[in-house]
Design a protein around this ligand. Structure first.
Ligand code: ZN
Length: 182
């Protein structure tokens, strides 16, 4: 093993505190650089560990929004012409029009949480119209005020259907792309 490798192994075995307290004037330029690199590597790793623990381990089962293709039935009977559900959440990227409003529903929290759940009349929904009479709607989840977990609501099918039926109206939503004659 060459001396620089030896040196690297030595500093990799040192605690972060000891590493930070090394008297750098005692070392060669190459060695000082290795010490610095090692310190940077460890602080990057700490930052990465912190951010994963925040987003992953705390509430691993939760997402911030979802589609409700299962509510298709409560929409169909309110529409004048048939629409089909576009079961891809593309963030509205390929939609022709989009409309934001609210629906009502109930949230339940986990058994470990002291909250029994809550009802909301202001669950955000983004309804999107796609080509060939297709649509979808992104429903935004809410956070429990007790434990801060994100929860997916059980929607009131009636209001959901009513909101979606706005698709039939001629002034539904805002145009995503303005096509102009060239
Ligand atoms: Zn909770």
């Amino acid at each position: 093993m060459s001396p620089p490798d030896d040196f690297l192994k030595t500093i990799q075995r040192m605690s972060r505190k000891d590493l930070g307290q090394l008297n750098k004037s005692q070392y060669s330029r190459a060695e000082r650089r290795m010490i610095n690199d090692e310190l940077v590597r460890r602080s990057d790793k700490r930052k990465a560990d912190k951010s994963t623990s925040k987003t992953k381990s705390r509430h691993p089962e939760t997402r911030s929004w979802s589609l409700y293709p299962e509510l298709l039935g409560s929409v169909d009977n309110k529409l004048k012409k048939p629409f089909t559900f576009y079961n891809v959440d593309d963030g509205g990227l390929h939609s022709l029009k989009e409309y934001d409003t609210f629906v009502t529903g109930d949230f339940q929290c986990s058994k470990r949480c002291s909250s029994r759940g809550w009802s909301s009349g202001k669950i955000a929904i983004s309804i999107r119209l796609y080509d060939e009479d297709q649509y979808n709607a992104r429903i935004y989840h809410q956070r429990c005020r007790r434990c801060n977990a994100v929860r997916r609501p059980t929607l009131d099918a009636e209001t959901y259907g009513e909101r979606i039926s706005a698709l039939d109206g001629s002034n539904f939503g805002r145009q995503r792309y303005l096509l102009t004659d060239v």
